[in-house]
Design a protein around this ligand. Structure first.
Ligand code: HEC
Ligand code: HEC
Length: 221
């Protein structure tokens, strides 16, 4: 739940963004550059030179994201997701979902819409290259219980180590409060974040199952 506690962060971030928006490309260039993020990512993945160029843009654009997601993408509050070590194609897909309203969070939507296509790809490449700082398990008995559930279900898509792949998100070391909120949203199957695959895989989870899985996943390196 995004409560008013975060509003000062958000306000600061949005102000910083609008201050830098003047240097962005004209709207028309943005629209045409927005057409195919995946193709641009694929292009960068075979060209070290393009990767370097995009990383410069990405790192610059990430200055505003650092207010919430942390300097290297290790977030500053358990409610904000880490972006460090995340798969670039997943990051781009989520940015697309914020921009077209499939995933709803007003502040993210505005910020993503203000970014050029190359900034988005650059940001995704930048965060993907950063190392995640996993938290030590707070309750190892609970984490052990969560591991059982994880090893039955979650590993199938997110991998045994929780690192995901080109298609599925990395969840290892993700922030605990964010994981709990996200899993409950998927389980509910409606609201600001939905995905049929995740609803199918969380529908039968109790709150206690979610707590256990979160304790495990958040401690994965
Ligand atoms: C004011 C705080 C704030 C700022 C600044 C911010 N974000 Fe976020 N971001 C969030 C929150 C909160 C979420 C989780 C939203 C939700 O629960 O769906 C999020 C989610 C995301 C996600 C999805 C992560 C995932 O694991 O699914 C991406 C990608 C993202 N942000 C990218 C960015 C980028 C890029 C910037 C900078 C241009 C940025 N964010 C700036 C607060 C922020
Ligand atoms: C059949 C494949 C599949 C299985 C099994 C699965 N997931 Fe997922 N998971 C996905 C997909 C696809 C997404 C991305 C959904 C989206 O775009 O919102 C996702 C997203 C997530 C996210 C959001 C990541 C982020 O950064 O916001 C979390 C957390 C998550 N899954 C946890 C789990 C857990 C815990 C389990 C086991 C109970 C599990 N998943 C089982 C496919 C799966």
């Amino acid at each position: 739940m995004i409560t008013t506690t975060f509003s000062s962060w958000m306000l600061a971030a949005v102000l910083a963004l609008s201050a830098s928006a003047g240097s962005a490309q004209p709207a028309q260039a943005r629209a045409s550059a927005n057409t195919d993020l995946s193709a641009r990512l694929a292009q960068a993945q075979t060209s070290p030179q393009l990767t370097t160029e995009l990383l410069v843009k990405g790192r610059r654009a990430a200055a505003v994201c650092a207010n919430c997601h942390g300097e290297g993408g290790n977030s500053v509050k358990p409610e904000f997701p880490n972006l460090a070590g995340q798969n670039p194609s997943y990051l781009l897909d989520q940015m697309r979902q914020f921009a077209d309203g499939r995933r709803r969070f007003e502040f993210m939507e505005g910020m993503i819409k203000a970014m050029t296509s190359d900034e988005k790809v650059g940001v995704a490449l930048f965060y993907a290259s950063q190392v995640v700082i996993a938290s030590a398990p707070v309750n190892s008995a609970l984490a052990a219980k969560g591991k059982e559930h994880f090893d039955k279900i979650c590993f199938r898509c997110h991998g045994q180590d929780g690192h995901g792949n080109n298609t599925y998100a990395r969840i290892a070391g993700q922030q605990s409060a964010y994981l709990t909120l996200t899993l409950k949203r998927y389980r509910g199957g409606q609201g600001p974040r939905n995905n049929p695959l995740m609803t199918d895989n969380t529908r039968h989870m109790t709150d206690a199952d979610i707590d256990a899985v979160v304790a495990y996943v958040t401690s994965l390196k």
